[in-house]
Design a binder for this molecule. Sequence first.
Ligand code: ATP
Ligand code: MG
Length: 498
Amino acid sequence: MVEMTSITKRFPGVLANHHVNFTCAAGEIHALLGENGAGKSTLMKILAGLYRPDNGEIRVHGEPVDISSPREALRLGIGMVHQELRLVKSITVAENIVMGSKDLDFFYSRSEQESRVRKFSLTIGLEVDPRTPVWQLSVGEQQRVEILKTLYRGVRMLVLDEPTALLTPQETGRLFEYLRRIVSIGRGIAFVTHKLEEVMDVADRITVLRQGEAIATLKKQETNVQDLARLMIGRIPESESSRIEAPAGNVILEVKNIGAMGDGKRAALNGVSFSLSKGEILGVAGVAGNGQRELAEALVGLRTVSEGDIFFDGDPITRLSPLQILSRGIGYIPEDRLGVGVVPVLPLSENFILKDYRSRAFSGRFFLKPKWVEQNAMELIEAYNIKTPDIHTPVGMLSGGNIQKVILAREISRNPKLLVAMNPTRGLDVGATEAIHHMFLDQKRAGTAILLISEDLDELFKLSDRITVIYKGTIRGLVKADRSLVNEIGLLMGGASG
Ligand SMILES: Nc1ncnc2c1ncn2[C@@H]1O[C@H](COP(=O)(O)OP(=O)(O)OP(=O)(O)O)[C@@H](O)[C@H]1O
Ligand SMILES: [Mg+2]
């Protein structure tokens, strides 16, 4: 169906793709694996008409083609679900899905559009409410819409760039069933992911990219998870926890019965209470969209707390502004990296000081002190092993893993007493995930308390001292982070009372 031959693509300072070959047959799911920055998205964006290759050839059904735009790609039957969320936030789910589809759907009445979208989402097994405006959705829900939108166009060659990063295990299972169904009727799928188990589950063939080069293309039967990990990162990753016991006592954060509204005029948090000690990692498990984002935002002052109190280091912080809260020593690693975590168009050096540009260290009376801003950036890039051409590169151009390291470097370098982190390793490769886990454990050792809100149970078990579950805005149960309790936690996540 698609043949990419000897594709080369250079960006300033990086060779993103170097003579890469990639083919996908009708009826095949071909997975593309590689570390952050290996060149996976670049290769797929070339196929989807977003980038032009510097060199190489693309054939579709044997014919050489020039894919000059996403529109041209769609005409050739190629559609891509992007890694970053690209929905129009101010309009509804249904409007986003029908927008740009080639049928006449756009002219249907609103209710007709909505019922078509609802029916379609049921066929695929990814549930969405067509009438909700997109800005009210969690990123997990947005990803569902993103996938539906591309599938709705009925493309023959479907490119999925980490489609499951934000889905629950159940949703992933349903999506995979659907993908198998569409390849069985002759579609082709290119599938980018970091999750090796998923690859072994869903792919027919696997291509591993490392530093822009395709180093192997294997049939699934010929390989296994360990081999793939080794091919990707050149060594065997650590498997088990390096957990350290938290010192008892010394409560730093005390949350008492807080409530908060969601964006959609319904209560998002209700009577939430817990406490967190110095040097402790408290994991918050839950299925996306159960109040996680609202909880994080309430703690850092970005969302109004309608009832209850939050005490930090002995003082109430419930009504303080975000600036007042962060200056007391609370760091925040938001789930939406590009939208909230960084300013994508600003250079690395300025992103590092987003929370400190007022300080005497970086600014004089009227202007920033470029020398110190730059020195700070160079130190952090070195210390956190951030891969970037230079400190002036806009952060939005870095790979996902490197963007996340920029946020962590900024937050940790401010020496927080409490870190509120939400899905900190989502979408990151094995190496970057390990690096970030080490940063958390180092912080813990230094006495920082960490509230780790994550949909990744493995991550929670690996790092947390205790795990609690959030369900429909309430806290359900609190258990020791012991793997033997995984079923209990799973049940709580599904709404069993604890
Ligand atoms: N538009 C761009 N401008 C400059 N450099 C870019 C651009 N897009 C990608 N790069 C660089 O090209 C390299 C490959 O990036 P790419 O996004 O393809 O990686 P990836 O394998 O998809 O990584 P991840 O798993 O983090 O998504 C990286 O070094 C990245 O910084
Ligand atoms: Mg990518």
